[in-house]
Design a protein around this ligand. Structure first.
Ligand code: GDG
Length: 734
């Protein structure tokens, strides 16, 4: 790996202007807070928007800002107010954000927003391409830039690309609502490694890739035809030591050095030693579940009147996306709720909720973590939630209780926390009561476990695991990447072909010479294919062999000109030119009577599947069935078949969306070798696409030019991407 560059919508700095001088201030927010601790260590640039619309400043000012940013290894992508309106506030925050957080009612689908999203993503991609070298790595972040991986990969396939989504990936049922769902998926799939916070988001993504694009997913690898893409869960950690150190510093600080905020908070705690502080911190966003939190707190006060006066809820809501209507409505709702609860329970010396609508400096934030007995985190949907982790890291004396919503990604790693359903006000009220009364011993026990885990898997571990993951993907891609046929390789094969006087060409049929169709009967050879084969067969030095799993009658019907050798049913039957069909071995098919009812049962329970009967094999086809469901059924079927077959000489062959059951001891490898003993050759070519062709690749002499169609692990020497490429290859060979 050479350099690592990061791309995100915003740079991790805010540009401030005081009179005529510009300065940089570190930004607040999950991604910025997280990544800024790592990017410099990894070399390269951070590419993103500075936060200033470019038409609002002069060229000189823009240069000054760019210079300041460059000192921090940041490159700013210039964006206009119009672009920000449509791409960021529009498509990112009014379409993707609500939809991915399951707020489908808030999502808008506007063409202008989408067009701007595409344009701005292209701008980011072009900018990155202008500073990246072939062997660099790019790590792209978050939902504003879903198309960038695809755009970069298309322009430069050599750059290794990682993509991390910081918000949830929704279920297929929600994702499919998007008019541009395919484009977005294709954009993400430009990455080599795709990271999510949790396994749930990962599996939703796989389900969308399968259902909307029809790609095969094997474990966590997606075969997109030209490449293998890997997706995995990397739960983001925090800069644990930074919070721990700051908390220690706050606790140890002498009185004289304390800030006013600190002194005031301590005075309050000393004055009311019985009173416990409940803390919540988040951007004011509808996904964070603030109204339900307030209602639950009210329920808590109503249900447990003895706590009134003994508990103060400190609620810090950081202003966010204030131009968007839904955020303004939310602000009004929160203001009203806080007002009404405070009015109902307030006493001269008591206000149940301290509501801050602003952001706070880092020191004050940690001070709140340190001084609060309970953290109440209730998002209705949250990719991860770093606040929960920061609270844990700041608890030096290990006393404190964390209540967290099961809808936050963080809850998956924090099983020692008190986990609640954010819509269950009663449960939250009871859990608050449980937290208020939890013994020190239990608090310490739970907190210690949480701290151990979060300290170990911190932000740096997260980033390094992701980068390691990218390296691993490169390894996987290499295994699958059998050499493509370059111009040089092709010339060498062609020269060998031209010089040979006896040549044999073994050609598989489906997936090699013709593409797959929903109904196998429809894959009859077209004129252009027949012309290619006729030209090859017309040369007396050539023996053309169609070697297929198809039944002999179909092959007979399609290739009746009799200038081509046919091998059918994976080698059970063959028809040499000018001869009749001959069986390779004497076979008995009594076993079929036993197997067929089982296959029929699987057809009944798996819609859109069917059985094909060949003379010596039975095939269950599931290409047209719903992918996830039928793959599960295929596993079950294989399992049941194994029991039924016992130790008889019968093979179960796992083809491309088919399971074929046939007598053992016959395969394409044996059949091809038998053919060669009758027709020895100086030049041998074998082309095939699925694993039944692997017998041929393994069995044939080393001098064979073996070619696999598509991206799969193989014994073949070379690969061709598609049926079209196979046809081009054969046409150009002669
Ligand atoms: C997105 C996903 C995912 C907050 N207020 C102040 C302040 N903060 C800092 C916190 C924390 C960060 O902002 C908030 O991070 P979250 O993770 O809680 O939430 P989002 O901003 O929505 O982030 C989220 C995250 O990306 C990372 O992948 O976890 O699910 O929505 O670090 O400390 N910092 C300061 N003053 C504040 O007033 N200094």
């Amino acid at each position: 790996m050479n350099k690592l560059h990061i791309i995100s919508n915003r740079l991790p700095f805010q540009v401030n202007k005081l009179e005529n001088t510009y300065s940089l201030v570190e930004s607040v927010g999950g991604l910025a807070t997280g990544m800024k601790s790592v990017y410099k260590k990894l070399g390269g640039y951070w590419i993103g928007w500075s936060g200033i619309a470019h038409e609002t400043i002069s060229a000189d000012e823009s240069n000054t800002i760019d210079d300041l940013l460059k000192k921090e290894f940041c490159l700013s992508v210039p964006l206009s107010s119009d672009e920000i309106n449509l791409y960021y506030e529009g498509f990112s925050n009014n379409t993707i954000w609500p939809l991915f957080h399951y707020f489908t009612q808030h999502a808008t689908y506007k063409h202008d927003d989408w067009d701007a999203y595409v344009r701005v993503n292209q701008k980011f991609a072009d900018y990155a391409l202008s500073v990246c070298n072939d062997d660099d790595t790019i790590w792209i972040h978050d939902y504003q830039l879903l198309l960038v991986p695809g755009m970069i990969k298309k322009a430069n396939p050599n750059i290794s690309i990682g993509y991390f989504l910081h918000i949830p990936f929704p279920s297929y049922e929600v994702f499919r609502l998007l008019p541009w769902r395919k484009e977005l998926l294709e954009g993400i799939l430009g990455a080599d490694l795709i990271g999510f916070h949790t396994y749930d988001y990962e599996r939703h993504f796989f389900s969308c890739v399968r259902r909307l694009l029809g790609f095969d997913v094997n474990m966590n690898q997606i075969n997109i035809g030209s490449r293998i893409v890997v997706a995995d869960a990397f739960p983001m950690g925090i800069d644990y030591n930074k919070f721990e150190a700051k908390a220690q510093e706050i606790i140890a600080k002498p009185d004289l050095e304390k800030t006013d905020f600190s002194k005031e908070l301590e005075r309050f705690i000393e004055q009311f030693p019985e009173r416990k502080l409940i803390l919540s911190i988040d951007r004011l966003d509808y996904s964070k579940g603030i109204p339900n939190r307030l209602k639950s707190f009210e329920r808590f006060l109503a249900k447990y009147p003895e706590v009134v006066g003994k508990v103060t809820f400190v609620m810090l809501a950081v202003p966010s996306r204030e131009q968007i209507e839904h955020y303004q409505q939310l602000k009004r709702e929160v203001d009203e709720l806080v007002g009404s609860i405070n009015a109902k329970y307030r006493e001269i010396n008591y206000s149940p909720i301290w509501y801050f609508y602003r952001s706070m400096p880092f020191d004050q934030l940690v001070e709140l973590y340190v001084k609060s007995e309970i953290a109440l985190i209730t998002p209705v949907r949250d990719g991860m939630n770093l606040v929960a982790k920061e609270y844990v890291a700041s608890k030096i004396n290990k006393k404190g209780v964390i209540i967290i919503s099961e809808m936050a990604g963080a809850s998956k790693e924090m099983c020692e926390a008190l986990i609640i359903n954010p819509n269950n006000e009663e449960e939250i009220a009871d859990t608050l009561f449980q937290a208020m009364n939890m013994t020190d011993e239990e608090q310490i026990q739970r907190m210690s476990q949480l701290q151990l885990r979060l300290k170990r898997y911190d932000l740096f571990k997260w980033a390094s695991e992701f980068i390691k993951g990218l390296d691993k993907v490169a390894g996987i891609q290499r295994v699958f990447n059998t050499k493509s046929i370059s111009q040089n390789i092709f010339s060498a094969i062609k020269t060998h072909y031209a010089q040979a006087n006896k040549r044999v060409l073994f050609l598989d049929y489906d997936g090699t010479l013709v593409g797959f169709k929903s109904n196998p009967v429809l894959t009859k050879p077209d004129e252009s294919l027949l012309n290619i084969l006729r030209t090859l067969a017309a040369d007396k030095r050539n023996e053309i062999v169609i070697i297929s799993g198809r039944d002999k009658n179909t092959l007979n019907l399609w290739f009746n000109e009799n200038n081509i050798h046919l091998i059918a049913e994976h080698g059970i039957w063959h028809r040499r030119i000018d001869s009749d069909w001959t069986m390779s071995v004497a076979l008995d098919n009594a076993w079929m009577l036993k197997i067929k009812p089982l296959l029929e049962h699987f057809v009944d329970i798996t819609p859109a599947t069917f059985i094909e009967e060949k003379s010596y094999s039975l095939v269950w086809h599931y290409r047209n069935a719903e992918q996830e469901y039928s793959e599960r059924r295929a596993i079950e079927l294989k399992d049941e078949l194994k029991h039924l077959i016992g130790n008889q000489n019968i093979e179960i062959m796992d083809g491309d969306k088919v399971i074929e059951i046939k007598v053992g001891g016959v395969n394409k490898g044996i059949a091809a070798a038998a053919f060669l003993s009758e027709f020895p050759a100086e030049f041998i070519l074998a082309i095939g696409d699925d694993w039944t062709d692997e017998f041929m690749f393994k069995e044939l002499p080393d001098t064979t030019h073996s070619i696999k169609v598509g991206i799969k692990q193989t014994f073949a020497k070379y690969k061709l991407d598609s049926v079209e490429k196979v046809r081009e290859f054969l046409s150009a060979l002669h």
